[in-house]
Ligand binder design. Structure first.
Ligand SMILES: [Fe+2]
Length: 276
């Protein structure tokens, strides 16, 4: 078993196990405010600049949420609930990884073809797992590691795709629409073929609203001949309404993890130290 599906949030901790690539927690019922948030994201009222906060603590994430979420797009109580929800994800990553510094990504965007199947990475030596929550819209696709032919096959697909997307971006910049169409057709063919899979039809989808704890790859191993089980292969949807998602991963060194975890555990029992 390498991907765990659960309705018990406590099972997210199973991501610590070496053979587990992802734990997908699906709440039995989503809070009512999800619906109002989804409507605001999908009509374009709730949107902000794509954000990556690198090497930040809890307080900096809290300050960013306070300053940057488009508060006028939803009712005040919806925005408050969302902020609390996101900060609870930060606390979860803190408890699970022992990290006190994080990479925080928040995006509101329409799906596009820029990104196919890929793995997320963490800085060298960081604890290799983090959390994803997609709040609305189409879900995230993923595949079981046993379905991947070889890591080399996967990276062959990824490098070809990245080259085609780069060429497509250049063609678009040059307003060469014939080249754009041709490159987009090649990208679509590559995605349809899924030549790196033993069973190209065996692709699963995480419904929006779920919280996913998933293995990231130490960036030093990216493009190397590592085992398929090291990181979760996933792919964002390529069409549909705008989505809002948050992704939090640690950037504390794994070597510090034990002592950090002990203090994080104490904080979890006595309330989180807001100074992190
Ligand atoms: Fe990703």
């Amino acid at each position: 078993m390498s991907v765990i599906l659960t309705t018990d949030e406590r099972q997210l901790e199973q991501i610590r196990l070496a053979h587990v690539q992802a734990v997908i927690y699906e709440p039995s019922e989503l809070p009512k405010w999800f619906e109002e948030l989804a409507n605001a994201v999908e009509c374009g009222a709730f949107r902000f600049q794509r954000t990556i906060l690198n090497d930040v603590g809890y307080n900096q994430i809290e300050a960013w949420l306070e300053a940057s979420l488009p508060k006028n797009a939803v009712a005040a109580e919806v925005c408050d609930a969302l902020q609390r929800d996101i900060l609870s994800l930060v606390e979860l990553v803190c408890r699970s990884t022992g990290a006190s510094r994080f990479i925080f990504r928040a995006v509101t965007a329409s799906p596009n073809h820029h990104c196919g199947f890929h793995v997320d990475t963490v800085p060298p030596g960081a604890v290799p797992w983090g959390l994803l929550r997609v709040y609305n819209g189409a879900g995230t696709d993923y595949i079981e590691p046993s379905n991947v032919k070889t890591t080399q096959d996967f990276y062959r697909y990824l490098s070809r795709r990245e080259r085609l997307v780069r060429d497509w971006c250049n063609a678009k910049k040059n307003e060469d629409m014939i080249a754009c169409d041709s490159l987009m057709a090649r990208i679509a063919a590559l995605d349809k073929e899924r030549a790196f899979l033993k069973r190209p039809g065996d692709v699963f989808t995480v419904p929006s609203g779920c919280i996913v704890a998933f293995k990231h790859l130490d960036i030093r191993l990216h493009w190397s001949n590592h085992t398929n089980e090291l990181a979760w292969l996933h792919c964002s949807p390529m069409q549909g309404a705008p989505r809002f998602l948050v992704n939090i991963s640690p950037c504390t060194l794994a070597a510090k993890r034990r002592s950090d975890f002990q203090s994080a555990d104490m904080r979890a029992r006595g309330g989180l130290d807001r100074s992190i």
